[in-house]
Design a protein around this ligand. Sequence first.
Ligand SMILES: [Zn+2]
Length: 119
Amino acid sequence: MDIEKTKEYYAQLDYSDLCQCDDCKNYVKKIKASYPLIDDYLSQFGIDITKPFETAPVDFDEETIMYLMAQYIVMGESDGFENTKINDVEIFITESHPMTSITEPHFVIEICPVYLKKN
Ligand SMILES: [Zn+2]
């Protein structure tokens, strides 16, 4: 993976480029404080946890949204990236994702599942 290019990617990615639905906005607002260990882990690769490429939210209960997955773009080749699990959250490379518009080498990782409070 290319950590510098990944940092650049997230630096130029504006919040207005992300999905603007309520569940995604909730994710952007809550994820960092709710999952600090995941944030630390992704940060070392230059990934900004507040800027997911894709999420799959479902209502879990009255107060909670369960994100079946959240996907992140990583620049460079995927060799060197190890799939892992932190607490109950799996972090792994996925081939199953929407098309990205990036022409340089990159790959997509997924974290799942994530539970966040609404509001
Ligand atoms: Zn959304």
